[in-house]
Design a binder for this molecule. Structure first.
Ligand code: 0O2
Length: 221
């Protein structure tokens, strides 16, 4: 592919990518609604925070190159399913399935793929539940079904992943073996903490007097 072709493709991509931005907006709205509704119903709120990111055109093209995908919009649409990314960080391990089911159960969401890196963690220790969903986006002249990658993980899993990401980039992928094994140990520690917190959470849930729970709140946290 020549320089001119890449430039032309990049321009087309900017318009194409707007659909992914809208899909992120839709998913974020859904999660914020769940979050506010949890507060409204006075249930504890399992959602700690939400992040989102739109892959840059450069990194979409880089992924095509790396994975040997054809470099045209049809191929990008079919193959690069993580252009729109939303990350939901939960308090406890059990919240992950709760949030997953609430999203996947919505009528306009179609689950395209699911990768459970919690049951099957990556060899480096990475843990997270990844969903690829499709959501309709109503544009001015058409409706597009747009894929979004939703990553759901606990605070401890997120803490680990953000440090690992920084280390990986600092060493440009060539992380020294001693650091790699320390990272794997840290992932074990994160799992241990998650399990402890889950057990503590269950204990509180079962022993507290429902009458003494705090009243309704309008806070979004
Ligand atoms: P960013 O900066 O979050 O956008 P590939 O995309 O080729 O890596 P695949 O099969 O498409 O692989 O997706 P996979 O491995 O299920 O998920 C990719 C995304 O998950 C990554 O996106 C990361 O966000 C996250 N992820 C996966 N493995 C790891 C890991 O070992 N460490 C950390 N910190 N994050 C991971 P991007 O686009 O690579 O990065």
């Amino acid at each position: 592919v020549g320089v001119e072709d890449v430039r032309f493709l990049r321009e087309q991509l900017v318009d194409f990518m707007l659909g992914y931005k809208f899909a992120i907006d839709e998913i974020i709205t859904k999660i914020n609604i769940l979050r506010e509704d949890f507060n409204h119903t006075n249930e504890y709120n399992p959602i700690e925070h939400i992040n989102s990111r739109l892959k840059s055109p450069e990194s979409v093209l880089e992924k095509c190159r790396r994975k040997n995908y054809r470099m045209d919009l049809a191929s990008i649409r079919d193959n690069v399913l993580d252009i729109a990314g939303v990350r939901v960080v939960c308090s406890f391990i059990s919240d992950i399935a709760k949030i997953r089911d609430m999203l996947v159960g919505q009528q306009d969401i179609t689950l395209l793929a699911e990768r459970d890196y919690i049951t099957n963690r990556k060899p480096n220790g990475y843990q997270s539940l990844h969903l690829i969903v499709s959501i309709p986006v109503f544009r001015s002249n058409r409706t597009d079904n747009v894929p979004v990658e939703i990553q759901i993980r606990t605070i401890a899993m997120d803490f680990w992943a953000s440090l690992e990401h920084k280390i990986y980039y600092k060493y440009r992928g060539a992380v020294p073996p001693n650091l790699l094994s320390e990272l794997t140990n840290a992932a074990e520690a994160a799992t241990h903490l998650d399990e402890k917190m889950e057990a503590l959470h269950r204990l509180v849930d079962h022993t507290s007097d429902p009458g003494s729970r705090p009243g309704p709140t309008t806070s979004l946290d």
